[in-house]
Design a protein around this ligand. Sequence first.
Ligand SMILES: [Zn+2]
Length: 57
Amino acid sequence: MTTPMTTAEWICTRCGSTNRRLVPVAATRAEDECYTCHTRHQIEAESRPVRWRASPT
Ligand SMILES: [Zn+2]
């Protein structure tokens, strides 16, 4: 059985790039690394379903 996944989209606070990461549907937070500048961020789900809030770790 596969875990249903959804796309979390977040904006890098350092370079402004849009990143996307597949996360489990039930997840509300995750960690990801910017594809462009490789800064690690903690991302948190907000009320809007796709765009997540990012803060550097
Ligand atoms: Zn970046």
